[in-house]
Design a protein around this ligand. Structure first.
Ligand SMILES: NC(=O)c1ccc[n+]([C@@H]2O[C@H](COP(=O)([O-])OP(=O)(O)OC[C@H]3O[C@@H](n4cnc5c(N)ncnc54)[C@H](O)[C@@H]3O)[C@@H](O)[C@H]2O)c1
Length: 105
């Protein structure tokens, strides 16, 4: 089981589809579905693919997904892709990474 974040975006959805096709490993896909994410990127439903609409900054949600699915690895491709001041990108990225790692943000 893999946890993919941002799996409805450009890179994430291609990762999800290619992983399902090549390995068949189950995936839980956590994506906020911002303007950049779309379920249409993910093709038809697949029983090995569980989509969860949510924010990776939601600690309770991330904790419950980790406890429920026990992923062996996390692929993090959730990120605002628009241009932003460097500090805002860095702080946001650090906070999101910390949430996934279970560390204080
Ligand atoms: N596209 C490229 O060519 C490229 C190249 C190098 C690096 N990257 C990096 O790879 C990452 C992904 O790029 P992309 O082009 O797939 O981006 P994208 O904008 O297409 O997809 C990002 C996905 O993350 C989701 N998302 C955003 N914030 C979220 C949050 N707080 N919680 C959950 N989901 C959230 C969005 O809904 C979207 O589906 C980014 O960090 C980007 O900077 C992209």
């Amino acid at each position: 089981m893999l946890l993919v974040t941002g799996g409805a975006g450009f890179i994430g959805s291609n990762f999800v589809l290619s992983t399902l096709a090549q390995t068949g490993e189950a995936i839980v896909n956590l994506d906020k579905l911002t303007y950049a994410g779309s379920l249409e990127n993910l093709g038809p439903p697949n029983p090995k693919h569980v989509f969860v609409k949510g924010d990776i900054c939601d600690r309770a949600l991330v904790r419950s997904l980790l406890q429920q699915h026990r992923p062996r690895a996390i692929s993090r491709t959730s990120a605002p892709s628009q241009m932003s001041p460097f500090t805002n990108v860095w702080r946001g990225s650090a906070a999101r990474s910390a949430t996934l790692a279970g560390l204080p943000a």
